[in-house]
Ligand binder design. Structure first.
Ligand code: ADP
Length: 374
């Protein structure tokens, strides 16, 4: 679209293709009067050449022309990536039998009939140009959004990496001081050193979680056939201390194979299962049940727990980064785990949702691509 002074209409460029000079003149006068820029072509070949040299915003294309019919011209335009997106409105004579199906099948989006009703022709053109404008804006905004997401991910990843080193220096020296000067420091000084050490540990976890979050969806990830039973074995091993401390029961039957990224799937199950172990009453041992059922050509996984549950008010927000329902003192954490799960699932073209009842338990559901048959 060739805008000049911010006006949406003034410079839109329309190519009229008609083998009758009188029609060309009539349409051209009508459109020029309305502020459009107009180009003319007397046959299909000239029209294709003109559109390829400089793409117009819209083409008005006569169906009945010698040499090359309008349908054929349209097919040519739609086959070329350069001219594919130009909206084509067909022109047909009222007394001709117009093959509407063929007109739409060849890529046309609308048609006007001769003799022309000026208001109707203008309304149909303006309609299509408006759709075109909105589409272009949407594409632009999508590209902008994708770019800004990429930048944000890069930023988070660089910041996380660069924060780790100085932090290790702080916690490392606090530890050395506490050990080396154990006998010369009083209780308060040792307590302060301990707090530095603990705060450093919390920050370390936060950085690590942010790094994991930022890395989901970065390019060059391998997607392959993954056996979820093996993923669960790995997760059970990674969480063995928490499982043993809380006497947690982890129950799953035979789980399916899915198409996915191994590291991310371990992360996903580990986040959900460690939450199921963590968010329980101290007097209750966690009982976690995992199953998968086929649903609409995907596997739908369910992770049930018998924990403290989540109130309805917070249920809609728990997948937001940093949103925590329970206090960090009571249940330590960073609030990035579920946001990472959501990102991982979206990266696998799936969905994730949750149902919960206070003091009864919570179930997380998510879908993953099914293994292709044959
Ligand atoms: P974190 O576990 O680090 O706090 P998450 O993003 O994993 O962060 O979870 C966000 C919040 O959702 C948690 O702080 C907790 O309040 C709630 N939550 C998550 N899983 C459960 C669960 N299984 N039962 C009860 N609450 C949960």
């Amino acid at each position: 679209m060739k805008h000049k002074s911010g006006s949406t209409k003034s410079n839109e460029d329309i190519l009229i293709v008609d083998d009758t000079p009188d029609n060309l003149r009539l349409l051209s006068a009508m459109l020029t009067k309305k502020g459009y820029e107009v180009r003319k072509a007397l046959n299909g070949r000239a029209a294709i050449a003109s559109a390829q040299a400089d793409t117009p915003d819209l083409i008005l294309l006569d169906i009945k022309m010698p040499e090359m019919e309008g349908y054929e011209v349209c097919q040519h335009l739609k086959a070329d990536p350069k001219t594919r997106d130009i909206p084509v409105i067909f022109i047909s004579a009222l007394d001709d039998v117009m093959d509407k199906v063929r007109a739409f099948a060849s890529g046309g989006i609308d048609y006007v009939t001769k003799p022309f009703q000026e208001a109707e022709v203008l309304a149909r053109i303006e309609n299509q140009l408006k759709i075109q404008r909105l589409q272009k804006k949407l594409i632009q905004q999508n590209e902008e959004l994708a770019r800004s997401n990429r930048e944000l991910e890069q930023f988070a990843s660089v910041v996380s990496h660069d924060l780790q080193q100085p932090l290790q220096g702080i916690t490392g020296f606090a530890k050395i001081m506490a050990i080396k000067y154990q006998n010369s420091l009083d209780e308060t000084a040792l307590d302060y050193l301990n707090r530095i050490f603990e705060s450093g540990g919390r920050m370390q976890r936060l950085i690590q979680d942010l790094l994991t979050y930022a890395q989901v969806g970065t390019p060059n990830q391998t997607f392959e056939l993954i056996d979820c039973n093996l993923i669960l074995e790995q997760v059970r091993e990674n969480l063995q201390t928490a499982i043993a401390e809380k006497y947690a029961k982890l129950d799953y039957d035979f789980l399916p194979k899915v198409i996915g990224n191994e590291t991310q799937l371990i992360q996903l199950f580990q986040n959900l299962i460690s939450n199921a172990i963590k968010f329980t009453n101290p007097e209750k041992s966690p009982e976690i049940k995992i199953l998968a059922v086929p649903q609409n050509f995907k596997w739908c996984f369910e992770i049930h727990d018998n924990g403290i549950g989540i109130d309805t008010e917070n249920l809609g927000r728990i997948f937001e980064a940093f949103h925590r329902v329970h206090s960090a003192k009571e249940f330590p954490g960073t609030g990035i785990g579920l946001a990472t799960c959501k990102k991982i699932i979206e990266n696998h073209q799936g969905e994730i949702w949750v149902k919960s009842e206070l003091n009864v338990g919570t179930t997380f559901y998510f879908t993953l691509p099914i293994e292709k048959q044959g």
